[in-house]
Design a protein around this ligand. Sequence first.
Ligand SMILES: Nc1ncnc2c1ncn2[C@@H]1O[C@H](COP(=O)(O)OP(=O)(O)OP(=O)(O)O)[C@@H](O)[C@H]1O
Ligand SMILES: [Mg+2]
Length: 326
Amino acid sequence: MSAADDQRAILVEDLVRTYPGGLRAVDGVNLEVAPGEIYGFLGPNGAGKSTTVRILTTLLRPTSGRAWVAGHDVVAEAGAARRVIGVALQEAALDPLMTGRELLRLQGALHGLRRAQASERGDDLLERVELVDAADRRVGTYSGGMRRRLDLALALVQRPRVLFLDEPTTGLDPASRAALWREVRALNADGTTVFLTTQYLEEAEQLAERVGIIDRGRIVAEGTPDELKARVGEPALHVDLVDPAEAERARELLAAHGECSHRRGGGLIVRMSGARAIAPVVRTLDEAGIEVDTVEVETPTLDDVFLAVTGHAATDDPAPEPSLSA
Ligand SMILES: Nc1ncnc2c1ncn2[C@@H]1O[C@H](COP(=O)(O)OP(=O)(O)OP(=O)(O)O)[C@@H](O)[C@H]1O
Ligand SMILES: [Mg+2]
């Protein structure tokens, strides 16, 4: 079977993109995304996320390697690929003098919708991304979050089978971020495959079934968010007691829940084996008459995962030199 007959939503083979000066921004990437999946492409600044997205959405040619979206080669069959793709780029170029409604209608027309269809589709999408009130304002007056939502709506005009979102929530406030997450989940529930880049482990965790971590143009780890976090180690509970003199007795009691050690400055750290429930830990102490002041779950960050899989921090400063070709 040729790759073109393939049922995978996205297939990438040995993809390389070199920029002038020899920087290998994408350095041999292989990946597969199944139809209906949300794939998270997680990596720090300059890792090669946007370059990969631009190649997969036919906007940039690879230096070598191949890629297919819904079975269409993104170079040889770019037109066919484009018809099934929706993309919201990281730096959306929206005409500031046009209104949201006008841009959506224009996008509909570009995709071959008739005037009435384009206008109906535009109005539906304005509602969907909660921009009805701002629909007739110039885009130049939109906030960052509103632009991201409009950009998403524009990517949806042609009902794409595969949707590419390049850092859709960077710079958004928590409420706008949560709204966008809901929207991505709803689209996915309708059958849309989503390829989403992000710098946030939390975002990958919230949305993606599978995550690839990209570092300096290479995928350095891939798996479910839980698998990736497991590489960092078990989640840890930070427990502070009302009476620090009880710490040793508490430590002995909590040993049953995982590896338990004293914290500098008082309190305990419990590295839990598997289960993440706070309640049993609190109950154990409660039953022993030990009063708990605060309990916090320490959640691994992208930095923790990075450190675990690459041996360096995601936000190393100064950054190690990116790989340059000889
Ligand atoms: N047009 C270009 N010319 C030269 N180098 C480029 C160009 N575009 C990107 N690069 C370089 O390629 C590398 C990867 O860039 P890319 O934009 O793909 O990273 P990214 O993972 O999307 O980062 P960010 O999280 O900051 O958006 C970076 O080192 C970047 O400086
Ligand atoms: Mg980018």
